[in-house]
Design a protein around this ligand. Structure first.
Ligand SMILES: NC(=O)c1ccc[n+]([C@@H]2O[C@H](COP(=O)([O-])OP(=O)(O)OC[C@H]3O[C@@H](n4cnc5c(N)ncnc54)[C@H](O)[C@@H]3O)[C@@H](O)[C@H]2O)c1
Length: 328
């Protein structure tokens, strides 16, 4: 099997490419390197360009007529940036996905895995399932929900079947350290803990009176390798999973919650670093958080997450020096 991965030079797409290759599925990458890294493409069949570039997509399908599916990871995904640059985000994510889909349909593509996000839910529930209503709370999240709506309608009207993979919060790195997070100082929670440990600065816990087991926010962290292997399972079971409907949404998550305080303790336990924890009020727009029920993905894909938060912390720490050597 051969698969086209858009955004395959990025954090998640490159990890999915490695998981595919390990499973005997040949990845072909399309990436404009907006945030992706050339270094991740050296051993891959890769095209440098934009998802909206029709002639380029035509060329890829001409040169790889045996592509049997597309995994669409290419997107801009920084929530604060999306609030100050909505035109950019709607153009790159939503208009880009519409253009890409048009090019895929012209080239006979029948299977699309779409990188969606738990951010489409924006819920106050503590556990969400795929049938819960969507309430995306940022321009970024609205581009993801908009893509889902567009792909749902396109699936109903064409021969394209779509699985929207709604990712929880990915952390960690490919356990073989072939690729990982590109940025030196990631702003997600684990990144902030790593910075606090490396710089000897305190970690500020925003919000400590949420209705959770320890008052800190609840998150659903998934090891990025588990997230990547979900795509391998989805490719292998794609036609069975989409028999009943050409559009399927699946939560790709650990299924279990970790509070921010628990993550901080797990980090200290795994790394031996002692970090000073400060408490500050929640920021406007913060939410208590939720976990994503992954029962449907388990049932339809025969997939379940295998790796723990502690393993993700270890892999993220092992990646740090490798990243420095590879990317600077
Ligand atoms: N990282 C997360 O926490 C998270 C959570 C949920 C969903 N997602 C989604 O997963 C996907 C991958 O995210 P990531 O964390 O790997 O981000 P990333 O920035 O590391 O990767 C995105 C890749 O897409 C490429 N790209 C962007 N726009 C493009 C375009 N117009 N044409 C071609 N290539 C383009 C970038 O160069 C980059 O390589 C995104 O769709 C994102 O919205 C990410």
């Amino acid at each position: 099997m051969k698969v086209l991965i858009t955004g395959g030079a990025g954090y998640i797409g490159s990890t999915i490419a490695s998981a595919c290759a390990d499973a005997g599925i040949t990845p072909v990458i399309l990436d404009n390197l907006a945030t992706g890294r050339q270094e991740y493409l050296s051993h891959r069949s890769a095209y440098h360009g934009d998802i909206a570039d029709g002639p380029l997509i035509d060329r890829i399908f001409t040169e790889h007529p045996d592509l049997s599916a597309v995994i669409h990871c290419a997107a801009l995904s920084t929530v604060p940036e999306s609030t100050t640059a909505p035109v950019l985000y709607y153009r790159e994510n939503l208009a880009g996905t519409i253009a890409l889909t048009e090019h895929l349909l012209r080239n006979g593509c029948r299977r699309l895995l779409f990188a969606s996000s738990a951010a489409v839910y924006g819920t106050t529930a503590t556990t969400v399932t795929e049938t819960d209503s969507l309430a995306p709370a940022s321009p970024y999240a609205r581009t993801k929900a908009g893509c889902e709506a567009f792909l749902h309608d396109t699936g109903a009207a064409t021969g394209l079947a779509v699985i929207a993979m709604r990712y929880a919060n990915p952390i960690g790195t490919d356990p073989l350290l072939r690729t990982g997070l590109q940025v030196d100082k990631p702003t997600h929670l684990l990144g902030r803990l790593i910075s606090a440990a490396e710089e000897g600065t305190p970690f500020t816990l925003m919000g400590s009176d949420w209705p959770t087991r320890d008052g800190s926010g609840l998150r659903d962290f998934i090891h990025v390798w588990d997230l990547a292997t979900a795509h391998v399972h989805a490719l292998q079971r794609f036609d069975e999973a989409t028999t009943e409907s050409p559009f399927l949404a699946l939560n790709i998550s650990s299924g279990t919650g970790t509070t921010v305080r628990e993550l901080a303790h797990a980090f200290q336990g795994a790394t031996g670093h002692t970090i000073e924890l400060n408490e500050a009020p929640a920021r406007p727009g913060d939410v208590a958080g939720f976990t994503l029920d992954n029962t449907l993905a388990g049932h339809l894909l025969g997939w379940s997450p295998k790796l723990t938060v502690t393993q993700a912390i270890h892999h993220a720490m092992e990646w740090r020096p490798v990243r420095t050597r590879m990317l600077t």
